[in-house]
Design a protein around this ligand. Structure first.
Ligand SMILES: C[S@@+](CC[C@H](N)C(=O)[O-])C[C@H]1O[C@@H](n2cnc3c(N)ncnc32)[C@H](O)[C@@H]1O
Length: 249
């Protein structure tokens, strides 16, 4: 294992994301001597000073986003990102325009799916730009994400875009720019916390040559599987609505 390499240390109870380095890491499971990782491979075990065993695994993008990325309020959740990726069919090589960047959570997840393609993400607020920049660097996906300081209601510079994702106030003002930027068959996806925004976005979408216009809500209910198995009483009840529209030409 190389110095600086990102690793996930996992046991049945806990997991820790860290870099390989000549330092000690204090945790509730005891102290890890991270220098020991230099002589190990993925799949090997490492013990804390309390003799607790952890397996060394390669972290995936979800581990990195959960444990490394600073979340400002209102990031898009993985359940909704899953639908964006599967409904639009983006994949390696796609070009995506995203706004607003916020913490960069959606942009990072999308970049992981479309690399070696590009996500160009627009943010107009300096405070968010700073956090997003740090998060993009921490994700290791900087090569595939271009962060632009720009108000997207003023226009989209890119052409021949596969997907435009909007998670911002006044998304309806961007519909015409998204239409011009998209390639035929490309998708506009708008994430709206409130149904009022869904209605104003749909009105704008209907003025343009889009087809397959639909709004969905993705409800995920976790179950507790125990002696008595039933849905968990507490959960994330509402995140947002996703409106999809596909450009004809
Ligand atoms: C809810 S957050 C986006 C969260 C992001 N999707 C994520 O997963 O981290 C909305 C962001 O849109 C930005 N924004 C709002 N209007 C904008 C505009 N006209 N152009 C660019 N960014 C805008 C806000 O500053 C804010 O950072």
């Amino acid at each position: 294992m190389k110095k600086g390499e990102l690793v996930l240390l996992i046991s049945r109870e806990n997991s820790y994301l860290t870099n390989v380095r000549n330092e000690k890491m204090h945790t509730q499971d005891g102290i890890f001597n991270l220098g020991e990782l230099l002589n190990k491979n993925f799949g090997d075990e490492i013990k804390t000073h309390l003799n607790k065993k952890f397996t060394i695994a390669k972290p995936n993008i979800t581990d990195i986003l959960e444990k490394r990325v600073k979340r400002l309020p209102q990031v898009i959740t993985p359940k909704d990102i899953g639908l964006i990726i599967s409904y639009t069919g983006i994949g390696p090589g796609s070009l995506v325009v995203d706004a607003g960047t916020g913490s960069g959570f959606l942009a990072i997840f999308l970049a992981n799916s479309i690399k070696p393609g590009r996500v160009v993400t627009y943010e107009k607020d300096k405070r968010f730009l700073k956090v997003a920049k740090e998060n993009i660097r921490a994700s290791g996906l900087s090569k595939f994400i271009k962060l632009k300081k720009k108000d997207i209601t003023k226009g989209i510079d890119e052409k021949n875009v596969d997907v435009v994702t909007l998670d911002m106030k006044d998304a309806e003002k961007v519909v015409k720019h998204a239409y011009n930027a998209l390639k035929p068959g490309g998708y506009l996806v708008v994430y709206s916390p409130y149904i009022e925004q869904v209605i104003s976005v749909t009105k704008e979408v209907e003025k343009k040559n889009f087809f397959d216009i639909k709004t969905v809500e993705n409800i995920v209910r976790e179950w507790q599987v125990e002696k008595h198995t039933r849905p968990k009483t507490v959960g994330l009840m509402h995140t947002g609505f996703l409106t999809f529209a596909r450009k004809v030409g």
